[in-house]
Design a protein around this ligand. Structure first.
Ligand SMILES: [Fe+2]
Ligand SMILES: [Fe+2]
Length: 186
């Protein structure tokens, strides 16, 4: 198994945990109108930064290699870069909704909640499709030489939630993810 696939799966686990945290805040918004907006903003900041700048490009790189090696194998999955644009669009719509709420603009509560839930369910569906189809096909099809070439490119990036930068850039999320990892290990 490639280290790149392992890292993508690990990143999915972190993103899934953040989506759970966000969903909890949206439930709270519906019940009490008093979610933790700092946490919501930090989760959005993370999703605006990490998938677009690091996670999706890494997957796109694997996808291009896979397509070059066996174009038929990726047909059922669709064009990954286009799917990433759709995911990104839902995130931006939700981000605009959060800004509107924070700026006390007129926004029906139902609209806000449905944009939030669309974003959350879209991210989950996208990651699930990658886990069930794209990553297993890539693992079975790409050669060791392909993975070495991918790893050479990937090694030039750095995970913004990596241990050295996490505590500065996403301090609130860092605490939440650390406590979640600790409880998952027990
Ligand atoms: Fe993706
Ligand atoms: Fe992904």
């Amino acid at each position: 198994m490639s280290a790149v696939i392992d890292s993508i799966r690990n990143e999915h686990r972190t993103m899934a945990r953040l989506l759970d945290l966000l969903e909890g805040q949206i439930d709270l918004f519906e019940k009490t109108d008093q979610p933790d907006y700092d946490l919501i903003r930090e989760i959005i900041d993370y999703f605006l930064t990490f998938p677009d700048l690091y996670h999706h490009p890494k997957e796109d790189l694997v996808f291009r290699k896979l397509k070059a090696r066996d174009a038929k194998s990726v047909e059922p999955f669709g064009e990954l870069e286009e799917l990433h644009e759709e995911v990104s669009e839902r995130l931006h719509e939700f981000t605009r909704a959060v800004v509107n709420v924070l700026m006390e603009a007129e926004m029906p509560r139902d609209t806000f909640v449905s944009l939030a839930r669309d974003f959350i369910s879209g991210e989950r569906a996208h990651m699930s499709a990658e886990e069930q189809h794209f990553l297993p096909v890539a693992a079975n099809t790409l050669t060791s030489k392909d993975w070495r070439e991918i790893e050479d490119v990937v090694s030039k990036f750095k995970d913004p939630l990596g241990a050295d930068t996490m505590s500065h850039r996403f301090s609130l999320l860092s605490e939440k993810v650390t406590s979640w990892r600790a409880s998952a290990a027990n």
